[in-house]
Design a protein around this ligand. Structure first.
Ligand code: EPU
Length: 421
């Protein structure tokens, strides 16, 4: 497995381009199951999770051609309505096959994803919604078996604004008979993007991006050619990296509104964040010159849980104490012990972390158990004195396209090395 070696302490200068959004691309690739024809998706990031989704579609019998940033999927040859444990355990977003499979093929067998590094992450809301649409659900030997000859529209009250739950139910409702109302839906830009793609396919989705989504079911959908929105979390990660290391960086291609919650907190900390033609510019004197600010993660448009770890890396050096509250996932502080090993001063009390700013971080060999925690350690490595080794880059490669190749032109001293076997 590869590692990243980072020599910290260098300010960042220049322009960095954002790739397509992982969490938009995954449901959209799955939406290709709703039609027989050949769909073409552009601006798809080159990531391990995209390869896993393509492998899942191929397992089902779909034809795929992955040549990132262009991915083609033809589901006409699909013959197996199943997402096996081997693939779901690699990527829990595989559960996004459930809605389209039941809607289009009348049945689905999808492995239960189980817990993961950041929390228990049940899928009860996905199942409750499908049941309300008439599906019979059986849980057997670790698999969900869902069946329904034709789903019918329903009013579904979601207990929490689940992102993939909303997406699964939108895709299912697109081909159901009659009207579906999703109340308490997730409002993330990726949900809105899926609504756009479904409508391009001929669906009748209204209100995606708000907390009430109306879907009038149609009988068939047709293939699309669509370019995926930029990744707001990758963009936010680069913005926070520039703020922590100091310097002047233009993050190109980002939709400014998508990073508003992150930009606002960065400004409150003393970073200059401005909108420019083509992206967001970040000018920063570096982490030690910033002030501590508090953050509480929340569903969109709140501060994204997917930016919590990276923002915490920024706060390790800020003046004062920052209170970081994780309200979305119950176990998303796995980066804290690693940051503390680098000299940070962070205490965790349940879902709250108190980050007391320190004068500097020192390098160490560190390892993360999830994607965003790994990104946090890269940022810490960029500001630490000495040589930081981020082990198990496997996690980063799930969600960041060639992060070292993107950061190096900004002046970052970062390189990938093969771990000794
Ligand atoms: N939840 C339930 N029951 C459900 C569904 C969710 O209790 O049926 C709970 C979860 O356990 C969690 C909360 O609701 O506590 C929110 O989870 P959500 O379902 O919104 O998360 P998700 O759809 O599984 C997506 C992203 C995550 C991101 C979260 C929150 C994708 C493929 N994944 O996950 O992205 O953290 O929304 O914004 O879209 C990442 O990219 O690093 C990542 C983890």
């Amino acid at each position: 497995m590869d590692n990243l070696v980072i020599e910290g302490g260098v300010p960042l200068h220049g322009t960095i381009r954002v790739s397509g959004a992982k969490n938009a691309a995954l449901p959209i690739l799955s939406a290709a199951l709703l039609t027989d024809g050949a769909c073409t998706f552009r601006n798809v990031p080159k990531l391990r999770d995209i390869d896993t989704m393509a492998a899942l579609l191929r397992f089902m019998g779909c034809e795929t051609d992955v040549a990132a940033p262009v991915v083609q999927v033809r589901a006409g040859s699909m013959r197996r309505a199943e997402a096996p444990y081997e693939l779901v355990k690699q990527m829990r977003a595989s559960v996004l096959a459930l809605g389209p499979l039941v809607a289009r093929h009348g049945r689905a067998k999808v492995s239960l994803p189980g817990g993961c590094a950041i929390g228990a992450r049940p899928i009860d809301q996905h199942l409750k919604g499908l049941e309300a649409m008439g599906a019979t659900i059986r849980l057997e030997h670790g698999y969900v078996h869902a069946e329904c000859a034709r789903l019918r529209g329903a009013t579904i009250h979601l207990d929490m604004a689940t992102v993939t739950g909303t997406e699964n139910l939108m895709m299912a409702a697109a081909l159901a008979k009659g009207h579906t109302q999703l109340i308490g839906a997730a409002r993330e830009p990726e949900v809105e993007e899926l609504g756009r793609v479904l409508n391009k396919m001929g669906a009748r989705v209204d209100g995606a991006g708000t907390d009430v989504i109306h879907i009038e079911g149609v009988d068939t959908l047709h293939p699309v050619d669509h370019a995926i929105i930029p990744d707001r979390i990758e963009a936010g990660t680069f913005m926070v990296a520039a703020a922590a290391a100091g310097g002047d960086v233009l993050v190109e291609g980002v939709v400014p509104e998508h990073v508003d919650p992150t930009s606002a907190k960065m400004r409150a900390a003393g970073v200059e964040v401005t909108r420019e033609e083509g992206g967001m510019r970040v000018r920063s004197p570096g982490g030690r010159a910033l002030r501590a600010v508090d953050i509480t993660t929340a569903p969109h448009p709140g501060f994204p849980t997917d930016m919590q770890a990276q923002f915490m890396a920024l706060m390790t050096l800020a003046q004062g104490a920052s209170v970081v509250t994780e309200s979305v996932f119950e176990n998303r502080f796995m980066h804290v012990p690693e940051l503390n090993r680098m000299g940070a001063n962070i205490e965790v009390r349940g879902r709250v972390a108190i980050v007391n700013g320190v004068d500097g971080l020192s390098s160490a060999a560190v390892m993360a158990t999830d994607l965003r925690a790994s990104a946090c350690l890269v940022i810490a490595g960029l500001v630490a004195t000495g040589q930081t080794e981020v082990l198990r880059v496997y996690h980063l490669d799930r969600g960041y396209e060639a992060i070292e190749a993107k950061l190096a032109p900004l002046g970052a001293r970062i390189r990938r090395v093969r771990a000794a076997t």
